[in-house]
Design a protein around this ligand. Structure first.
Ligand SMILES: *Cc1c(COP(=O)(O)O)cnc(C)c1O
Length: 223
């Protein structure tokens, strides 16, 4: 199957129920251009250096999403152009994004990453950490971040019931925030959940954005 065919098949399955972020990490520009020429405009990367390199060389109408763990000291490289930062997992990072947004005279769209998986290794806030942080008055002073929703990753397992339970938990956290802290914020609308193995379950559970890599571009080779 070609990238173009894979992309078409994934889009048919999503059937416009969620935004498709094509996760192109580790893939060469030619692969991204094949998806681009088939109409894809939203791409996700998880390394700052790779993201900026691709941004500089590929067409300017691409929307670049940073989907991986982001270190505060690297925010400055993507702040001028990034369309959405999915993995905001600390107050320090949120404040740094705000500072860089200010320098670039823009409001940077972000998602708060929530730890929903059983695994210890995944990044993200617990529900308590999130509400503690968000109840902090000073956060309302952050004028250069636009918190658009939440992001999460399910446990890497074949147990569909487990995955579904974790996606339900994220949806419920989103609903809780939407009806409290963000009730006056019309742009708090996004739930980024679902990858190649579980995006259809994620959509059933309320995902608005799926991050799909290998189902479009094939398996990744890490060197
Ligand atoms: C790599 C990655 C994806 C895509 O994974 P696939 O299983 O290849 O679809 C999605 N989200 C994040 C955060 C990733 O790092």
């Amino acid at each position: 199957m070609s990238i173009q065919n894979n992309l078409q098949a994934v889009k048919e399955q999503i059937n416009q129920r969620a935004l498709l972020v094509a996760v192109s990490k580790t893939k060469p520009n030619e692969d991204l251009m094949e998806a681009y020429n088939a109409g894809q405009r939203v791409f996700g990367e998880n390394k700052v250096q790779e993201l900026t390199g691709k941004y500089e060389t590929l067409p300017k109408d691409i929307e670049w999403h940073m989907i991986g763990h982001l270190q505060s000291n690297k925010v400055k490289y993507i702040a001028p152009f990034v369309s959405l930062i999915h993995g905001v997992d600390s107050e320090k990072l949120l404040k740094t994004i705000n500072k860089e947004g200010k320098k670039n005279n823009r409001k940077i769209p972000c998602l708060l990453q929530v730890h929903i998986a059983e695994e210890e290794t995944k990044f993200g806030f617990s529900e308590e950490e999130l509400s503690n942080m968000l109840s902090n008055e000073r956060l309302s002073e952050l004028e250069h971040v636009d918190i658009k929703g939440v992001m999460g990753m399910a446990t890497f397992t074949n147990d569909e019931a487990q995955i579904r339970k974790e996606f339900k938990a994220l949806k419920s956290i989103f609903d809780g925030l939407k009806s409290s802290i963000f009730s006056a914020n019309d742009s708090f609308t996004e739930i980024s959940m679902g990858m190649s193995g579980d995006y259809l379950i994620a959509i059933e559970e309320g995902s608005t954005m799926v991050r799909v890599g290998s189902s479009i571009f094939g398996a990744r080779n890490y060197h």
